[in-house]
Design a binder for this molecule. Sequence first.
Ligand SMILES: [Zn+2]
Length: 176
Amino acid sequence: MQKVKLPVEIDPFRAAKRKLDYQGTLEVKRLPRLSEASLKVNSDVDVWLRFETDPLGLVVVQGRALTEVELECQRCGEAFSYAIDVEFTYSPVCDESQVEALTEDYEPLQLNDDNYFVVQELIEDELLLALPIIPRHSLSDCLVKESEQVFGEIEEVVEESKPNPFAVLESLKKKD
Ligand SMILES: [Zn+2]
């Protein structure tokens, strides 16, 4: 196993053949989409990438990315820090038929014409997917207290509309 610095682009086939293990940092300025999707990206992104070949001969890219962003709470409007820690497993594909052949364990990794992928684009995609759909403080930290929360009331209504499991049992008994 060799540890090498994080390059801009990687050929996963060559990297897997050499069983490369990358560890490095992506600077915030190289992640414009993440900066746009958050109030601020608080720290450079720590990145790990490991390349190997699985028993079936597929090239596998395993990775992890860590950073912290500032998000706006959709309940009280205040900013809060949100830690992102994502892990992912890809296998490179060159066309659609290979995407379909992949097992569920691997995400398809699209390569450019020269069999490379751009590291910062892959990592940024993963970080964006890891953002919460509705960013909110935890209840104890939020400025809007539980009694004032509109979200809570809506959730309660939804719960009530679910079928009561005991009622379902009752109806089964009646059939007997
Ligand atoms: Zn809040």
